[in-house]
Design a protein around this ligand. Structure first.
Ligand code: PEP
Length: 247
């Protein structure tokens, strides 16, 4: 089985305005010929403009969340179809900031994943334990439980990925040890095989949580790490490129 093509995705969160599109242009202009897929997920307000700006480049534009329904009376929400219409090709779902801040459950995330697939978007499904859960020795059980609960059967035959993002590593500068990352990614891979059989070998398993140019090479070359989901360090082209070049 050949390893999945690595994916490095930037999550801009609630950051960026029209001027920030220059950072994305700069990433696209300096991508080498590496065997890697690169995505940037700006706030929804920038998806259309960024898609136009990056048309014809290798950088994929993505979104950070979607609603489950196609249309309806859901003030402030955006459907997967609308994101696709604006130019998004993938979508981050189940990020811990949405699980914690908006009470998103595995069940809701699973419905959102199905909605993304319905609209032709490639989902990146996030999972990860809190510090309390890790300290209590429950990290593996929590994360593999999230994997089981958040991945609908509709994923079979489609392109998608999982992002392991320990909640305590996001935006903190802290990271798990390489052996902790490898242990978790190996457990996630085993769960994907349980759920999807041989197809469970295909989705890249990204690591996310304080990835920077300085630690990227070690993390990206760890066993079963198929790329990275990058928050803060994706906002500046030079930092993001430093991570991509570390592959
Ligand atoms: C994230 O929020 O997905 C993330 C990985 O953030 P950071 O890289 O800033 O820790």
């Amino acid at each position: 089985m050949t390893a999945p093509t690595p994916l490095i995705a930037g999550n801009w969160k609630m950051n960026g305005d029209a001027a920030s599109i220059d950072e994305a242009r700069s990433v696209a202009a300096q991508l080498g010929g590496k065997e890697v897929r690169v995505a940037i997920c700006p706030p929804a307000t920038l998806i259309e403009r960024m898609s136009r700006a990056l048309a014809g480049t290798a950088v994929i534009v993505g979104a950070q969340d979607c609603h489950c329904d196609e249309t309806g009376a859901f003030t402030g929400d955006i459907s997967a179809e609308m994101l696709a219409d604006a130019g998004a090709r993938l979508v981050i779902l189940g990020h811990s900031e949405r699980r914690a801040g908006y009470g998103e459950t595995d069940e809701l995330v699973s419905h959102k994943v199905a909605a993304a697939l319905r609209a032709g978007l490639e989902p990146i499904v996030c999972v990860g334990e809190t510090l309390e859960q890790r300290k209590a020795g429950n990290a593996l059980a929590v994360v593999t439980g999230q994997v089981r609960g958040s991945l609908p059967s509709e994923l079979a035959g489609k392109a998608w990925s999982v992002a392991y993002e320990p909640v305590w590593a996001i935006g903190t500068g802290l990271t798990p040890t390489i052996s902790e990352i490898e242990e978790m990614h190996t457990a996630i891979r085993a769960t994907l095989r349980e759920l999807f059989g041989a197809e469970g070998d295909s989705p890249p398993i990204l690591y996310g949580g304080s990835v920077k140019p300085a630690n990227a090479a070690q993390i990206l070359h760890a066993a079963e790490v198929g790329g990275a989901l990058v928050g803060g360090a994706s906002l500046e082209a030079e930092d993001f490129l430093g991570i991509i070049r570390a592959l």
